[in-house]
Design a protein around this ligand. Structure first.
Ligand SMILES: NC(=O)c1ccc[n+]([C@@H]2O[C@H](COP(=O)([O-])OP(=O)(O)OC[C@H]3O[C@@H](n4cnc5c(N)ncnc54)[C@H](O)[C@@H]3O)[C@@H](O)[C@H]2O)c1
Length: 402
């Protein structure tokens, strides 16, 4: 049994390690703070993100900029308990324990709501949606981290139900081009390998969805020797995958030969009964999309009420006499089976969060109720910070065109 104090120590070490890889976060604190004024002095922030070492760097940075914070998790299984203990030790109001039940997960969001935040940062829009249900008018604005969350908020906006302005962090180029693609690409393969120890060369990997996440996952799997097939519903993206040299196929055909299936769509029930029933014996099913509804888990569970827990995050089900391994209960494999994105990538996404939160704090009350993109000047500034931190320079235009 790990004691609380040793968890705090472990969490502190991981936090410090991530911080050394996320230097632009410190640079932003320095650039925005003066000895007399902190940019978020007294602002109440409600945060719902995956509780990882990189998130701890963001949270401590927001605290250093003067914010008061209440924090819960964007997923009950992605919480790193050492980080949660470290943050609690740093006097952050954190409501999250790995493996918390669905009810506890929702209760923890309610605790963040009771803290009466003025600005709310979410990943997946669960907290934003809950705030729309239990509306309290202290909320001034919000930010949203991921594609699926932005989709949900845009639906609210379209139906004229959105109640406060929200910045779609996901839509910044310094977010989706790097976090969704390279971050999820690397960490999904990491999650798959840590969980299963699978040898990838020669394995048929089926990547469902060739958006930013799918592109990253497909490229990293191919780099490790897997033979990748992409399935898509969007003809342009299917064509892109074809031109990139991947096999592109219907899932109805790919389900016959795939060894590993990874959903990357953000859409509902991509892998269904008609696919699962025809798969080979011993396939791995996993998901990199935000929600756990991309694989029809209810169907798999209905076929075998007593799955075998092979090891953490591998459940073996017998479906029509064949064995199906469901990884991480169909939740984000990169966060449940590994540690999420590398810190260098999260530095970009969280720099967007920091600068957008400061922007919202400055504009308090003056923005329209809609979903905004990250302002262009913030996006550019972050790419400059990042290049600088990697020691890379770029040329200046000479202002002449032919
Ligand atoms: N695991 C992580 O750390 C992480 C990080 C970033 C984003 N995400 C999540 O990953 C998901 C995908 O994000 P994205 O930025 O790539 O979105 P995206 O919109 O760029 O791509 C999704 C792709 O899936 C395709 N698609 C939809 N339904 C399909 C179907 N039935 N079959 C095949 N393809 C289908 C779409 O045509 C699109 O090309 C979202 O849920 C997002 O929130 C997860």
């Amino acid at each position: 049994m790990t004691s609380r104090s040793s968890l705090v120590l472990e969490g502190r070490k991981s936090h410090e390690w991530a911080k050394t890889r996320m230097r632009i976060i410190d640079r932003i604190i320095k650039d925005l703070s003066t000895p007399k004024a902190l940019p978020l002095e007294g602002i109440r922030l409600g945060i719902c993100l995956h509780i990882t070492k990189e998130t701890s760097v963001l949270v401590m940075a927001l605290k250093a900029m003067g914010a008061e914070i209440a924090l819960c998790s964007a997923n009950p299984l992605s919480i790193q308990n050492d980080i949660a203990c470290f943050l609690k030790d740093q006097k952050i109001r954190i409501f999250a324990t790995r493996g918390e039940s669905y009810k506890q997960y929702h209760d923890n969001m309610l605790k963040v709501i009771r803290f009466k935040p003025e600005i709310v940062t979410d990943d997946g829009a669960e907290l934003h949606l809950m705030l729309h249900r239990y509306w309290s008018n202290n909320i001034v604005a919000g930010t949203e981290e991921t594609t699926s969350g932005v989709t949900r908020l845009k639906e609210l906006e379209l139906g004229r139900k959105l109640k406060y302005p929200i910045i779609a962090i996901n839509n910044a180029r310094t977010k989706f081009l790097f976090d969704n693609r390279y971050g999820t690409g690397q960490s999904t393969v990491d999650g798959l390998m840590r969980t299963t120890s699978v040898f990838l060369p020669g394995k048929h990997a089926i990547v469902c969805g060739y958006g930013w996440v799918g592109k990253g996952v497909a490229s990293r799997l191919r780099g490790m020797g897997a033979i990748v097939t992409v399935t898509e519903i969007d003809p342009i993206r299917a064509l892109e995958a074809h031109m990139e040299g991947y096999e592109v196929s219907h899932l109805a055909s790919a389900c016959l030969y795939g060894d590993i299936f990874i959903t990357c769509t953000g859409s509902y029930r991509i892998i269904r009964k008609e696919h699962i029933d025809r798969m080979k014996d011993g396939v791995f099913l996993c998901n990199a999309g935000h929600f756990d509804y991309e694989i029809d888990i209810d169907y798999i569970r209905s076929q075998d009420r007593k799955p075998k827990e092979i090891r953490p995050n591998i459940q073996q089900y017998i479906v029509k006499g064949k064995c199906v391994y469901l990884l991480a209960s169909g939740r984000v494999i990169n966060l449940v089976g590994a540690e999420g994105h590398p810190p260098e990538v999260m530095a970009l996404s969280f720099a967007n969060q920091m600068l957008s939160i400061v922007y919202l704090a400055k504009k308090m009350g003056s923005l329209e109720t809609k979903v905004y993109d990250v302002p262009e000047h913030i996006d550019r500034r972050i790419s400059e910070y990042a290049l600088n931190s990697f020691g890379i320079g770029v040329d200046q235009s000479n202002g002449k065109s032919f």
